[in-house]
Design a protein around this ligand. Structure first.
Ligand SMILES: Nc1ncnc2c1ncn2[C@@H]1O[C@H](COP(=O)(O)OP(=O)(O)OP(=O)(O)O)[C@@H](O)[C@H]1O
Length: 234
């Protein structure tokens, strides 16, 4: 698909430090990065290089110490906690390695949660949740509970939950990390289909097979961008 020149994500000179007791860790040390609408960007790098920290900041789940982060042109730095939560709910979908589904409610209710937080009408929630469950091939399990599903099925439901609010940006952290290769391949195929249908995706992965599926490859090392390049999709 065609990429436009409008950056969805524009990060400049981003720094993040964690203090734990007497130890300070410079997790991000001057990251510059632009993600465009229509991109599928894979972030790779050795353990501890700052991949999840960067993804959490892009998802407004964490803050940074120095630098700037514009999301769709909005300066995220001065936003209040409530404003961040609202933008997250409206513009960003998050998929985690560990799924993070709520075990005490059904598949349908898990997927509906982001729309319920928006206060949408029940009839439109129902239609949208059904559509997203259909999209990830999980309609037949809508009244199951998460613990009654396989890992691959749970990840599909988590993807449906991330998609339900029609986010501009899907952030995906090691989506296949807890899956066997068959389920991992199926989840990756689903992400590729979503990208083809117009979703912009940033994905952290350790798996080279999957990073080759992306059209941009961003390599981190020690909290810095080692290389960022366009690539032919494998
Ligand atoms: N909450 C925290 N408190 C203290 N240090 C942290 C915290 N979160 C991350 N770090 C440190 O920041 C560095 C970057 O961590 P991060 O989780 O971003 O790495 P990563 O590249 O995602 O690693 P992995 O591939 O192993 O998941 C690590 O050295 C980590 O120990």
């Amino acid at each position: 698909m065609t990429t436009t020149t409008q950056p969805l994500v524009q990060v400049q000179n981003l720094h993040k430090k964690f203090i734990q007791g007497s130890t300070a860790t410079l997790a991000l040390q001057g990251i510059d990065l632009s993600i465009y609408q229509g991109d599928f960007a894979a972030i790779t790098g050795p353990s501890g290089c700052g991949k999840s920290t960067l993804l959490n900041i892009l998802g407004l789940l964490d803050t940074f110490d120095e630098g700037s982060y514009l999301l769709s042109g909005i300066d995220t730095r001065p936003l209040s906690v409530n404003q961040r939560a609202r933008i997250r709910n409206r513009h960003i979908g998050f998929v985690f390695q560990a799924f993070h589904l709520i075990d005490t409610i059904s598949v349908f209710d898990n997927v509906a949660l982001p729309l319920q937080h928006r206060g949408e009408r029940q009839s439109s929630i129902k239609a949208r949740v059904e559509h997203c469950l259909e999209q990830v091939g999980m309609s037949h399990r809508h009244d199951f509970y998460p613990h009654q599903l396989s890992g691959g099925q749970q990840q599909r439901v988590a993807i449906a939950r991330a998609l339900v609010g029609a986010p501009e940006l899907l952030l995906v952290d090691e989506p296949t990390g807890n899956l066997d290769s068959k389920n991992g391949d199926a989840v990756m195929q689903l992400l590729l289909d979503l990208h083809r249908s117009g979703t912009s995706i940033v994905m952290v992965t350790h798996d080279q097979r999957y990073s080759r599926c992306a059209n941009r490859h961003i390599q981190l090392l020690d909290g810095q961008v080692l290389a960022a390049q366009q690539q032919e999709v494998a």
